[in-house]
Design a protein around this ligand. Structure first.
Ligand SMILES: [Zn+2]
Length: 136
């Protein structure tokens, strides 16, 4: 995706944190839009909390990266098998990133989350059945 064409609806997650540091959330903050909260949660594997939701913050982060695109090198990660691509900018000692998934990417994430959940149910059922046949 071209950075200039990215809209708020495409942004799965935005990130602001200390440059070149751990991305687990200990050195920065992830934000999601209300619209993409569920898909972002499915992509991460656990739910985003209410305090992670801020359309304003995600919009600001996207605008920051798009604005600086002409002056600073913005790194771009192409869309992976996870359906996500990203744009990353370093401003001083801060890293600013948006993780992006278009309509198709969001569909991929939802499908994978569904398959993962179905896999968990099947594994649990198989374990329960195995228990029944094992001697106590
Ligand atoms: Zn960390």
């Amino acid at each position: 995706m071209n950075l200039n064409q990215v809209t708020l609806a495409d942004v799965l997650t935005s990130y602001r944190g200390r440059a070149h540091s751990c991305r687990c959330g200990c050195k920065g903050t992830y934000r999601v839009t209300a619209e993409n909260r569920a898909v972002a949660s499915a992509n991460r594997g656990y739910d985003h909390s209410d305090e992670d939701v801020s359309d304003r913050s995600v919009r600001q982060t996207l605008a920051l990266i798009q604005h600086h695109n002409s002056f600073y090198p913005v790194e771009h990660g192409a869309k992976g098998s996870d359906g996500v691509e990203w744009f990353d900018l370093q401003l001083g000692d801060r890293d600013v990133t948006v993780y992006v998934a278009d309509q198709e990417g969001r569909g991929d994430i939802v499908r994978k989350a569904f398959e993962r959940e179905a896999g968990r149910v099947l594994a649990k059922r198989a374990a329960l059945q195995a228990d029944e046949f094992l001697p106590a």
